[in-house]
Design a protein around this ligand. Sequence first.
Ligand SMILES: Cc1cc2nc3c(=O)[nH]c(=O)nc-3n(C[C@H](O)[C@H](O)[C@H](O)COP(=O)(O)OP(=O)(O)OC[C@H]3O[C@@H](n4cnc5c(N)ncnc54)[C@H](O)[C@@H]3O)c2cc1C
Ligand code: SF4
Length: 687
Amino acid sequence: MSNSAEPQYDLVIVGGGISGAVVAKTVIEAALKKRDEKEQEEEGTGASVKLPHILILEAGRSTALSADKYDTYVEAYHKALIKVPNSPYPASSSAQQPDVLDIRPLHDADGNPVVSEQGYFVQKGPLPFGSDYARSLGGTTLHWLGTTLRMLPNDFKMKTTYSRGVDWPLSYDQLKPYYERAEWDILGVAANVEHQHYPGIEDDDPKKYFKSADTEKFPAGDYSFPMEEIPSSYLDEYFSKRAGDMTIRLPSTTKPTHSFKVKISNTPVARNSTPTRASYKIVGAAGNADRGQRCEGNSSCIPICPVQAKYSALKTLYELIVRFPALQAGEQPGERAAVTIRSQSVATQVVHASGKAAQQDRGEAETKGKVTGITYKTYYDDGTQPTEHTVTARRYVLAANSIENATLLLASEAANSSKQVGKNLMDHPLLLTWGLLPENVGAYRGPGSTSGIPAFRDGTFRKDRTAFRVEIGNWGWNFPENAPYDTVLDLVGGAKDGKAQLYGKALRTRLGEILPRQFRIAWELEQDPEARNCVTIDDRYKDALGKHRPVIQYDLSDYVKASLPWAAEASRQLFAQLGMVDKRKRPEYETGDYTDYKPNPDPDPAQVVYKGQTYWVRGAGHVVGTHRMGTDPSTSVVNSYQRSHDLTNLYVVGCGSMPTLGTSNPTLTMTALALRTGDMIAEELSK
Ligand SMILES: Cc1cc2nc3c(=O)[nH]c(=O)nc-3n(C[C@H](O)[C@H](O)[C@H](O)COP(=O)(O)OP(=O)(O)OC[C@H]3O[C@@H](n4cnc5c(N)ncnc54)[C@H](O)[C@@H]3O)c2cc1C
Ligand code: SF4
């Protein structure tokens, strides 16, 4: 069914996650500012500035836009037996989402490659892509950790500096003002500038790296974050005391050793703490501003912050629908800004001149090089058949997450003259190492991580092997071992030779001794862009609405793999310093290096063998690179404003635009890019 009564919008955005929400907010605020300026210039003329009428199409449900309904997610999380990122967010068969529980081996018992059709992704390997995303209003920020590091200057020019990857069409300095807006106006970042010592920054001086050009807000350029840093955990302090001054030495073929000074740094996060200025207004939970004003240390940031002290896109979306509600009957577009969010509405086609749908419906010459509509299907929970609609606008934005943006463009045969759509898929492959510390360090308290070791984020070694960031985890062995649940199971029933079958008081006592001593590190490896790592579509694989499921091929290059032994060796040196010896003891759980790189009898699907050593690699959820930005239309999909080179009224936004990934979690950078895009769209719409 097609709905011809749909109004024309100024802007249609596909995807109600952070990138879509940020573009919508920026476009509206730019128009309001313009209206004010015009009014000030000459009283009575402000109204001549038309205000935008925006539609956000969202594939998932809009459950969480009220604080009460958000609690149904919290309940689902409590009830979930295995608590993975998507546990609180039930997906519909009409808008399926990937789940890490669906990851399967991609080789049979004889080592022959197999394709996994389990779950939503079709995985062709050779390695499974280990990350997921959420398809509910609010998107993946519903279950992100909230880490908001900026990229380093060299991350933007990998080709020039290290002859690796590609350069960005933007530099760190060009993106800096947008980082500031992202930190202040969108995410609400808690951090202390003085504690951000990173390699590769000018004179190792955080003040220079953060120095602001906005001298009105920051006199003398001295930047500060909107909120004070989240206090370091007891574990961070323990770690600092015992390993804070050590030097890690790693072997190299180009020089005798590379030396890295371990300096622990409090990590910037989008989590509410104490404002640094009285004028800064903390944003609480969507629909209940009194809630979530401060991080309470609930310790479940992934998969859900029960009080919404951690930023999610729900906050921005909620602000939009309260300040700029949808137009009522009789109201004319342009008189006031208006945002309509249409949930359970899955975009299925970008209609354009050179695409199939456009060829059928329209004269090609007239519309060449432009999008003429977005087709979407709305599904219902009461058994009604899905309905199909096409909506038109002056500008279009795809903000559906890197992988969904790519499948949508591929299915629409749109914006792909470069043949780069879907290619260069990247993540931060994670090597986890974990062990039992000699003392109680208060594991399972506070946010998932409050600090890291930046030493390996930049250096000349990046010519030979990838950089990595070290995240110090506060949640014991939750990630590698499904602790504390599996720790209980091990102690109750996992005994060998009559040991460790504990019940009642003995069990409680032993758990009390073990759990607070559990410790793990995530070694987050930068991945380089490779065309063979890609998202494609295949007509054999479609979902209930007939939309293509993502078909994924994924592997690690030798450039990435070369950092696995380095991370493992750095971990051994750190663990030794912390008093964890190199032996494995289970189920007694005595102090020891518990990390197990050996293949299980039941092989882990994400095993990587490099130079005879086996590693397990996990996904970080940092899905990047499927519609890369660049200046050359023959090698990139979008320009530096994330506008399609091929279709001049189409913007494709999100982490998919990032040409390389660096070692920072990508969402802050993606938000900065979305702000820049929003400014450009506002400028275009004002003409
Ligand atoms: C476990 C985990 C932890 C993470 N932690 C961090 C972190 O600490 N720091 C960091 O920087 N990043 C982190 N990330 C990554 C971060 O969550 C993403 O980078 C970010 O959410 C991407 O934003 P987006 O708006 O581009 O996409 P999303 O947030 O995924 O939003 C896309 C939206 O589009 C909708 N959509 C999808 N398809 C369609 C369609 N066809 N039609 C209509 N709507 C559609 C979806 O339902 C969704 O609402 C983490 C990710 C995971 C999985
Ligand atoms: S520690 Fe708790 S309150 Fe703080 S952000 Fe995480 S889940 Fe929310």
